[in-house]
Design a protein around this ligand. Structure first.
Ligand code: NDP
Length: 246
């Protein structure tokens, strides 16, 4: 039997990039998957189609992570549609690379609202439904622990906060057998952080493997953390960064 058979996962920001790879991977492991997205309904439908074509079950729900009501409604809809909730992947996130002194308050608020407040709100809503033994997996960043790339000061601060949120929450929900972990990618080739271009050069140089990672390499770690064999891992910061923070 597939390791996530009869499980239901919700992946925020699952229409593109790392989130789409996670959604597809969890579905191929046997889970039914709900994804949220902010704007791109076509991309979200394509992820659902790909999962269905492979024999899985999926639903896409529009919900901006910065919109509390939309997030609460999305969690309710995911549970109503798929029947239960076992795995939450807080993946939706954004970066606005800029020197700190040039970053506007609006830009900082946007990063806080999506990367941090969105994680709080989604997790609270999900915990109302999550079964014992569930999994909360936050997608932080290796820059939440160590920052060498210029232009990411407020972004890194939000990801550092995700790290502490993970550690703290793990102690509050452990008595239900729910684990809470923080998967911290390094430079991963997506629309948010393309492997080509000037911005990529210092990030690639900072890795031990001298390359960007792929979305599937992050999804593989998330798949393990979502599965039954990770049952004694909680409150952990699991870095998948090609050695960036080594
Ligand atoms: P992308 O920008 O490539 O994809 C972002 C996804 O999230 C899309 O599906 C997008 O949907 C959705 N999304 C964006 N904003 C919102 C929002 N406000 N509410 C709900 N969904 C939203 O990003 P990545 O795949 O690169 O990043 C995913 C996560 O991984 C983020 O948390 C990021 O911080 C983290 N990360 C990424 C790294 C990288 O190098 N790529 C490194 C370390 C961490 P739509 O198209 O509809 O807007």
């Amino acid at each position: 039997m597939s390791k996530l058979a009869n499980r239901v996962a919700l992946v925020t920001g699952g229409s593109r990039g790392i989130g789409a790879a996670i959604a597809k991977r969890l579905a191929s492991d046997g889970a039914s998957v709900a994804i949220t997205y902010a704007k791109d309904a076509t991309a979200a439908s394509a992820v659902v189609k790909a999962i269905e074509l492979a024999g899985g079950k999926a639903v896409a729900i529009q919900a901006d992570a910065a919109d509390t009501k939309a997030v609460n409604d999305a969690v309710e809809k995911a549970v109503a549609t798929l029947g239960r909730l076992d795995v939450l992947v807080n993946n939706a996130g954004t970066a606005i690379p800029k020197k700190f002194e040039e970053t506007t308050l609006e830009e900082m608020d946007r990063m806080i609202d999506i990367n941090l407040r969105g994680v709080f709100v989604t997790t609270q809503a999900a915990l109302k439904h999550m079964n014992d033994g569930g999994r909360i997996i936050n997608i932080g960043s290796c820059v939440g622990e160590r920052l060498m790339t210029p232009g990411l000061v407020p972004y890194a601060a939000t990801k550092g906060a995700v790290k502490m949120f993970t550690q703290g929450l793990s102690r509050e929900v452990g008595n239900r057998g729910i684990t809470v972990n923080n998967v911290q990618p390094g430079p991963i080739d997506t629309d948010l952080n393309p492997a080509a271009g000037d911005w990529a050069t210092p990030q690639k140089a900072a890795t031990a493997l001298d390359r960007y990672g792929s979305v599937d390499e992050v999804a593989a770690l998330v798949s393990f953390v979502a599965g039954p064999e990770s049952s004694y891992i909680t409150g952990a910061n699991l870095t998948v960064d090609g050695g960036t923070n080594a």
